[in-house]
Design a protein around this ligand. Structure first.
Ligand code: GAL
Length: 426
């Protein structure tokens, strides 16, 4: 097994997963129930989202000809809408057979509420524990039990651009710092090009976390989520002020409704840059049929070279899943080399499994896989995509961000985030 990249264990410690006390089912469940159908819940419906899922569904159907696959995906980037629907279903004890969740603290409340089955028996039976990076397995282990199956690794901290637009504006290289970005913004605005496009609130917060990472560096960034860095300290306030300046040269007043149309502005040349996770690669190369390096290109978001702001899409087995035996088969598909190698090249992510077929990952993804596996890469975790904050705190941060987007009061925002950490974040 390869050594873990530097930092993933620190992410695990920082997310304090071990503090969660689980009250799910202890038994080494052997599965059971009707296996004629499986209902799988995700938010992968849009272009660049559904192609990878469909590839895995096709493989599942071939492997399980007797099982009807019900795709219960709910539209909306980053699962904003899907999570609301899911929460209602879980509360009314009407779970799907499996649902998408991010590895990390996003699952903590469902574990604590006894909503998901302990899947350790599958990990033992299928010898999965050493098929995934140790740091990732540790990150999804709570009180010695594992509750989800990771299908991929995504990177959040990426700056996408169209080389033709930079050329037209006389810009030779994408910016390596946010300061350099703000310098380029003047040149771009003089040419009537929006320096950076943004999407809805979650996408703006995605930009925010990566401005914080770029400005504060990895250690302080992780400190934001584990209480060791004060949100009201000078460094953080300065970083938030940089974010405000970045937003001021964005198209926030006419922000795109989701991440795909925000990227479309980069592709049609009306905007120069967009910060988005590498699901953008799946969209640009798949749905938009663009060629990497000429039609689109990408670098680490300013100030974050050598850092991998990671997230991982995973699937669960809810307590009370109506088709438990079929759901287990879906989890086997998600964990399989074949499933991951069909899903990830189209999704724009790298496999969570260590023994996947590297030759299937080309262009951007070849670099992503190398960087993910490079022991010199520093791994940090995403706020917006479920790694570093529990749902209660994340929801408080979202509310505070909504106000910040209106009033631009940095001190008030920082104070709200710090206060809510003290009440619900620990
Ligand atoms: C993330 C998810 C990705 C991608 C993205 C945009 O939260 O992990 O797989 O779907 O949202 O919708």
């Amino acid at each position: 097994m390869r050594r873990m990249p530097r930092g993933l264990l620190a992410v695990v410690a920082a997310t304090a997963l071990f503090a969660v006390s689980a009250c799910g089912d202890d038994a080494a469940d052997e599965g059971g129930g009707d296996d004629k159908q499986v209902e799988v819940f995700s938010w992968w419906t849009g272009p660049g989202e559904e192609e990878g899922l469909n590839a895995m569904i096709e493989d599942f159907k071939q492997n399980n000809p007797g099982i009807e696959f019900i795709n219960a995906a709910v539209a909306g980037g980053s699962g904003t809408q899907a999570r609301q629907v899911l929460s209602t279903r879980l509360q009314s004890n009407n779970p799907p057979d499996s649902y998408q969740v991010h590895a990390g603290l996003e699952l903590a409340s469902d574990i604590a509420d006894g909503k998901v089955e302990d899947l350790t028996y599958l990990y033992d039976r299928e010898s999965w524990k050493d098929k995934f990076p140790k740091g990732l397995v540790d990150a999804i282990t709570v009180d010695g039990k594992i509750y989800s199956v990771p299908v991929n690794i995504h990177r959040s901290n990426l700056l996408w651009f169209n080389p033709a637009t930079l050329k037209k504006a006389g810009i030779s290289e994408p910016p390596e710092t946010w300061d350099a970005f703000l310098g380029q913004a003047e040149t771009l605005q003089a040419k009537n090009i929006t320096p950076i496009s943004v999407g809805p609130a979650w996408a703006q917060m995605h930009l925010l976390e990566n401005v914080l990472l770029g400005e504060l560096g990895d250690e302080k960034y992780m400190g934001l989520w584990n209480g060791s860095v004060d949100w009201k300290s000078g460094d953080v306030i300065s970083a938030l002020d940089v974010f405000k300046q970045v937003m001021a040269v964005s198209d926030v007043k006419s922000a795109a409704a989701d991440w795909q149309p925000a990227l479309d502005k980069v592709i049609d040349g009306t905007a120069a840059y967009n910060v988005m996770g590498d699901w953008a690669d799946g969209y640009l190369k798949g749905a938009k049929q663009l060629t990497f390096k000429t039609g689109y290109d990408v670098v680490a978001s300013p100030g974050s070279d050598g850092e991998y702001n990671f997230l991982s899409d995973s699937f669960t087995l809810p307590v009370g899943a109506p088709h438990k035996a079929a759901a287990e088969k879906w989890l086997l598909e998600c964990a399989s080399v074949a499933g991951q190698d069909l899903f990830n090249p189209q999704k724009g992510s790298v496999p969570a499994r260590l023994d996947a077929d590297k030759s299937k990952y080309k262009d951007y993804l070849a670099t992503a896989l190398t960087e993910w596996q490079d022991t010199n890469t520093t791994i940090v975790g995403s706020l917006v995509h479920g790694v570093v904050a529990n749902n209660a705190w994340k929801s408080e941060i979202e509310t505070a961000y909504g106000l910040y987007a209106q009033d631009g009061d940095t001190a008030k925002f920082a104070n709200a985030v710090a206060t809510s950490y003290a009440s619900v974040g620990k």
